[in-house]
Design a protein around this ligand. Structure first.
Ligand code: FAD
Ligand code: NAP
Length: 338
């Protein structure tokens, strides 16, 4: 049954633990309730925000309109062959739960994306990625409700305009409600461990025979060793995207900073935002309520009761100092709302 609450506390619905209040709030656990909810939103002429785990959001103290927590569940096998499987997964399923389920069933491809917080429905929004794998590599279709045309739609992977931590969904906030995602997973395991931290952990454990479980374990261990657990220290993961700069810009920087980490990218050279921030002396910085994580300069943390203003001011100061030193503009990754 659909219940709509007013001025609902969202502290537990965002991993930065912003003490935000939603003008209206509903939990959608049955898609059959969607028409009633859309009707309420339309009749009151409200803006709406559709959320999963709130792990990529920076909320204001008051969130106008209706916030909907998508909590639909279900994993359905749509086709199964010797080589691969097509599974349709409801938007409200937990992302890490899905990765675990796939490995247990011998369906491969998602193992490098273990332990990313949040929901399946949000995974296409910023085309989540880690350790050399992007979710777009495994997505086949995305089912949506398009609030512009007021119709359900099935979008093929090519329609989703996936790019580095980006998609059509992220560029059109509020337009598409993702109801399910269909993944094409292989039954033949292929290891992807080009990231030094992953390979380093496997070497340190003496693991020579790679399996999906071994990669999963390595990803979980490496992440737990350097990333703050939001339940202990609230955060929204990487606060800035890694900037991609032109070859000329990179050559200029390398003259001055020969050790600058860099990775070739289709449109230039990708720099590590965490390194740039660390060079500016931010790692471990502690302000009254918010700060920069001591082991990972890319993560802004909420030590105690930080507000949206505290987070925005810190993020602006970090961006400005990186620009002053490297002439590189950082772009915020988590979505600020409103
Ligand atoms: P939310 O934060 O609830 O929402 C994020 C955005 O997606 C919002 O704009 C929201 O409106 C929209 N959205 C959510 N669900 C839907 C839906 N069903 N339909 C339409 N729009 C929707 N990200 C990575 O890419 N790689 C990582 O390795 C990674 N590591 C992280 C580690 C930590 C500790 C944390 C806190 C975050 C990390 N993230 C990472 C960021 C975040 O976990 C991902 O972006 C995740 O996909 C967000 O899921 P969510 O359900 O919490 O989305
Ligand atoms: P890391 O291993 O310390 O590496 C630092 C940066 O260098 C990463 O951001 C990564 O880019 C890049 N990099 C490293 N090796 C690379 C390679 N072989 N090829 C291309 N790029 C390479 O990074 P980390 O901070 O511990 O994070 C590990 C992984 O988890 C990364 O993929 C990162 O994106 C992901 N992660 C994301 C979030 C988030 O909120 N978005 C939070 C935590 C971790 P990429 O980021 O492009 O991979």
């Amino acid at each position: 049954m659909l219940t709509i609450h007013s001025w609902h506390d969202l502290t537990a619905f965002n991993t930065l633990a912003m003490p935000a209040k939603a003008q209206f709030f509903a939990e959608l656990s049955d898609l059959n309730d969607l028409p009633e909810l859309l009707d309420f939103i339309a009749k009151q002429d409200l803006p709406s925000l559709w959320i999963g785990g709130g792990s990529n959001l920076v909320l204001a103290d008051e969130v106008p309109g209706c916030v909907v927590h998508i909590a639909t569940k279900g994993i359905e096998i749509q086709s199964d062959s010797e080589e691969s499987v097509l599974i349709k997964v409801a938007a409200g399923e937990s992302w890490h739960g899905l990765v675990t389920h796939c490995i247990e069933n011998g369906w491969y491809g998602l193992e490098n994306l273990a332990l990313i917080p949040g929901s399946v429905g949000a995974s296409p929004v910023q085309n989540i990625g880690a350790y050399g794998v992007e979710v777009a590599d495994l997505i086949d279709q995305v089912e949506v409700f398009d609030t512009l045309s007021n119709t359900f739609d099935v979008m093929q992977k090519a329609d989703c305009q996936f790019a580095y931590r980006d998609s059509l969904f992220k560029r059109n906030p509020g337009r598409f409600i993702i109801t399910s995602v269909r993944f094409n997973l292989s039954k033949q395991f292929e290891a992807k461990c080009s990231y030094a931290a992953l390979q380093g952990w496997l070497d340190a454990q003496g693991i020579k025979e790679l399996s999906a479980q071994a990669i999963f374990d390595a990803v979980v261990a490496v992440r737990q060793s350097k990333l703050p657990n939001p339940e202990v220290l609230p955060n929204a993961g990487s606060f800035f995207k890694n900037p991609v700069v032109s070859n000329d810009c990179f050559e200029g920087l390398r003259q001055i900073y020969p050790e600058i980490p860099n990775y070739p990218d289709a449109s230039g050279v990708k720099l590590a935002a965490g390194w740039l921030i660390d060079q500016c002396g931010w790692k471990g910085l502690y302000r009254e309520r918010v700060g920069v994580h001591k082991d990972q300069a890319l993560v802004i943390v909420n030590h105690a009761g930080g507000s949206r203003q505290d987070i925005d001011e810190l993020a602006d100061d970090i961006k400005q100092s990186v620009f002053n030193r490297f002439s590189v503009r950082l772009e915020q990754e988590p979505i600020a709302y409103p």
